[in-house]
Design a protein around this ligand. Structure first.
Ligand code: SF4
Length: 342
């Protein structure tokens, strides 16, 4: 039995603290509300969030929660202490690729994930551009040894050991991307899908996923679900169109595509409306392309009905996450075909 109430994970791990709003999906951020509630002097979010006249607000302060900065209360090495394999949502209360975190601090978190092959980590960000920049940075880290480069896994392990004060042998250093890390972006609308998903598809990952929650408008995922899509790749330093030569730039494998789509309406007292047709469309697209789909919740304000005759869908469950209340065709909760744990 997991400790998180989030349906697609078991456990949450927050090695960083603080955040700031980045797009409309953040407007009713539950993390900001929780942080503001615990922001008085002596509480964990003191200095990270405020209760202002206009409601809870992040202060934009970010920190790595390691032992050096938070003596006796460090969170960075927590997964190392969990022996039983768990599916872990990384930074449910922050954003791993926040612009205020240093590349080295982000690398330390990856180093801990590398040291815990028994767990599956689910990293979800709204900062896809920074995510890509971080992957470019880690790929260029020099070793100082004979001009070779460290495997990124070793570099990350180095930063993790420095910041946790613990030391361990790094097994199987060549494996990158880490097979036990699923990488995802949050998108709330077509605009943000177009902006963030291409960045996700351009970085190395064992599993790539999207959280389309809170869904604030219709999204067509289209080519992002298609490994044979027409797209641009770098081949021999030159951009080329994917349709003809593409097999060559992915080692003969199909081009990266989304492996998993989570969809959900907004919850909370100020939730915005969610058209259940948006979920229906995603379920249908995923079925056609054989991509795993996970309908998480219909949210607080689902509506349905034929165009011109739409109305609220009556649900007794406030989050709209009781599947027995849903239309049968939306009761879809699939998982990407990947190792859950070693
Ligand atoms: S990125 Fe996530 S944690 Fe940060 S403000 Fe937005 S919703 Fe909240």
């Amino acid at each position: 039995v997991g400790r998180s109430s989030i349906e697609w994970t078991e456990e949450t791990w927050n090695p960083t603290r603080g955040c700031s709003r980045v797009s409309p999906g953040c407007e009713h951020c539950y993390a900001e509300s929780i942080a503001a509630r615990f922001s008085d002097a002596g509480y964990p979010f003191h200095g990270f969030a405020l209760r202002g006249k206009r409601g809870p607000r992040w202060t934009r302060r970010l920190a790595l929660v390691d032992e050096q900065s938070f003596p006796g209360n460090g969170k960075l090495d927590l997964p190392l202490r969990w022996r039983r394999p768990r599916r872990i949502f990384v930074n449910s209360m922050s954003d791993l690729f926040h612009e205020s975190l240093s590349n080295e601090d982000i690398a330390a978190i990856w180093g801990v994930m590398a040291a815990c092959p028994q767990h599956t980590f689910q990293v979800l960000t709204k900062r896809a551009h920074r995510m890509r920049q971080w992957f470019e940075w880690i790929a260029k880290r020099p070793t100082g040894l004979l001009g070779m480069r460290y495997a990124p896994k070793l570099v990350c392990a180095g930063f993790a050991q420095e910041r946790t004060g613990r030391h361990w042998t790094v097994p199987d250093a060549a494996v990158w991307p880490l097979p036990n890390v699923w990488l995802g972006v949050s998108v709330e609308s077509q605009e943000y899908a177009e902006e963030r998903i291409p960045q996700l598809l351009s970085v190395p990952a064992a599993v790539r996923f999207v959280s389309y929650e809170p869904a604030l408008g219709p999204v067509t995922f289209g080519a992002f679900l298609d490994a044979h899509r027409n797209h641009s790749c770098e081949l021999g330093g030159e951009a080329h169109n994917g349709s003809e030569q593409c097999a060559a730039c992915h080692d003969g494998r199909p081009a990266p595509r989304l492996d998993w789509v989570i969809v959900g309406g907004e919850s909370g007292p100020k939730a915005r409306a969610f058209d259940v047709e948006w979920a229906r469309s995603v379920v249908s697209e995923c079925r056609q392309t054989k991509v795993a789909c996970f309908v998480k919740q219909l949210g607080r304000k689902p509506f349905h009905g034929a165009p011109g005759a739409q109305g609220p869908m009556p649900l007794t469950n406030k989050k709209g996450n009781d599947m027995t209340e849903w239309p049968k065709d939306l009761r879809v909760r699939q998982w990407p075909s990947a190792r859950i744990a070693a």
